[in-house]
Design a binder for this molecule. Structure first.
Ligand code: S3P
Length: 174
């Protein structure tokens, strides 16, 4: 195991957990949204959505996922919609990566996402809830391990991930 891929809905803590986990593993932390912004030439995610629409954003996201196929010793923080294409997960987990689903309940996410301006897909709470329910089965399907985050500090989430990925990795070797 030389790659950890964090998946989960907007606000589940992927971006805060990735550097913590990377530090414990001696890996580098990569933020996909930042790489998408860099690849786009636009200043931020809302600008990408307004210029190219969601389809344009998804193309860039897939391109960045492909560019990370052979990355190693990395923890990758993905955007919440990365599970929309199976090929993204295949690319990101390529070479023995482990996918970790950060499972946060909707009420906690809603509380956390105050700054709706940076998240074009969290403008309307009803639509966000529908999207959350639609995506939950996909996160579970693609997860090698799942960690619930409600009521946990970032350090506790990191520790739960470390325990679980060690368990799945030792199961593979035995
Ligand atoms: C998205 C989540 C965002 C970002 C974009 C689309 C989504 O990332 O990639 O706004 O479809 O859920 P975060 O999950 O880091 O907020």
């Amino acid at each position: 195991m030389n790659k950890v891929v964090l998946i989960g809905f907007m606000g589940s803590g992927k971006s805060s957990i990735a550097p913590l986990l990377a530090e414990s593993l001696g890996y580098r932390s990569i933020e996909m949204d930042e790489q998408i912004i860099e690849a786009s030439g636009f200043p931020n995610i809302p600008a990408i959505f307004s210029a190219l629409g969601e389809p344009g954003f998804r193309e860039l996201e897939a391109r960045v996922a492909r560019s990370l196929r052979d990355a190693s010793s990395v923890v990758i923080s993905t955007g919440g919609g990365v599970i929309g294409r199976a090929s993204n997960i295949a690319d990101l987990a390529h070479g023995g990566g482990k996918t970790v689903f950060l499972h946060t309940s909707f009420p906690v996410l809603r509380e956390r996402i105050k700054d709706i301006h940076t998240r074009p897909l969290f403008k309307n709470q009803e639509q966000a809830l529908a999207l959350y329910e639609e995506r939950l089965p996909l996160y579970s399907r693609y997860a090698d391990v799942s960690v619930t985050t409600d009521g946990k500090t970032p350090a506790q989430v990191r520790d739960a991930i470390l325990t679980q990925i060690r368990n799945v990795s030792s199961g593979e070797n035995s």
